[in-house]
Design a protein. Sequence first.
Length: 428
Amino acid sequence: MKADYHTDIAIVGAGPAGMAAAIAAAEQGKHVSLIDDNPAPGGQIWRQGGAPLRGAARASLRSLAASRVRLISGSRVVATPEPGLLLLESARQASSLRYDKLIVCTGARERLLPFPGWTLPGVTGAGGLQALVKSGLNPVGQRVVLAGSGPLLLATAQTLQQAGAQVLLIAEQADLRQLARFAWGLRAYPAKLRQAAGLAWQLRSIPYWAGSHVIEAQGKDRLEGVRLKLAGEVRHIACDWLGVGFGLLPNTELLAALGCRLEDGHACVDAAQQTSNPMVYTAGESTGVGGVDKAVLEGRIAGLAASGALAHALALSPRRASHLRFAELLATHFALRPEIAQAVRPDTLVCRCEDVSHARLSAFDNWREAKLQTRCGMGPCQGRICGAACQTLYGWQTAAGRPPISPARLATLLHTYPHTNQTEADLI
Ligand SMILES: Cc1cc2nc3c(=O)[nH]c(=O)nc-3n(C[C@H](O)[C@H](O)[C@H](O)COP(=O)(O)OP(=O)(O)OC[C@H]3O[C@@H](n4cnc5c(N)ncnc54)[C@H](O)[C@@H]3O)c2cc1C
């Protein structure tokens, strides 16, 4: 099939991993196209639009701007119609891009779990709330409760506090023993330990409750307050925003569509970040949630390896080991406690795209049956949110969705079949 463009190396995702991969590949003289669905590069942690970026973020963005990388912002990869071809959609048009090598750096998303009231306006993911503020939401004077699990709660609290929000408390589901073990494990990572201590100092005025979680978000048309279990005691707190996220899940939908082997929810790679599909490399959160330093290192390795500079790539590879151990530390010590899955009530919606309640889903034994009978997982999120919820609530194994990997316009899908005489009307 004829493509609109050709590139030596296509990179999907312009977060820290994708940017590092693009810069490394461009240094090797390759023609590189870097695609991201956001209006500007940076990914989740280096998202542009709020406070000016500093340090490594600014340096990476400058190197990218100085490189010959072709940046395709505001475009999403929605399908891989045939090997070596990507189908892209932007707000205005569809296009296709042929590549020799592909590096997938699609990052992670928050794990959201249902509880009564979680669909009320004013309740968001914790990282989602951070992204809203970084993109311009004014939180000055707003009362915010953060809950869920993992270091992202602290990073979100910092962003909100600096932006003028009143962060009332952080409820972390991991208990004190889990947190103490995590802190002990951090001694092997002095930079991260210093970062954690700095954050703890900046956030010292915000109560941090371990072994605590949300029971219910309350309000009529909008969030008015939240009921929490704080170290065993039930309390009601009035607030304007509730940000809840239970750690991160790698975005592996594109990798699955490309036939790459996945294990425990992330991609399997060799020392050069190559997947089981020889044309495809992957880096960053897609190989396991481990933070920005891991993403940058893996991105550079993938960029070098995909450009043919294998010896340079493999020379960096041993440094991955400590990042992988850190990823393991996070996963082990922020593991969910069983109470978290018990907050749902029969009428709580688990699949919010298709309005499917816990009562309806609990009648089924597996994901496939539930999908067939209720349309759970078949709405716009394609199971990205409710799939993880069903794994946690019912222990179901969920399968990857079918292409397109995200909702796409019919005109975009037709773009891959330009030589047929089909029209949109033929497809309906
Ligand atoms: C909501 C959120 C907030 C976070 N905030 C922080 C924080 O404050 N501090 C911190 O230390 N860590 C934070 N993290 C973790 C941080 O994202 C990682 O540590 C690190 O940025 C991972 O880099 P990455 O390049 O792998 O992925 P990301 O930075 O997530 O970049 C992936 C990029 O790929 C794009 N993308 C995905 N799929 C497609 C597609 N099909 N087509 C086109 N583009 C696509 C995404 O929009 C994104 O821009 C956050 C994570 C999330 C999910």
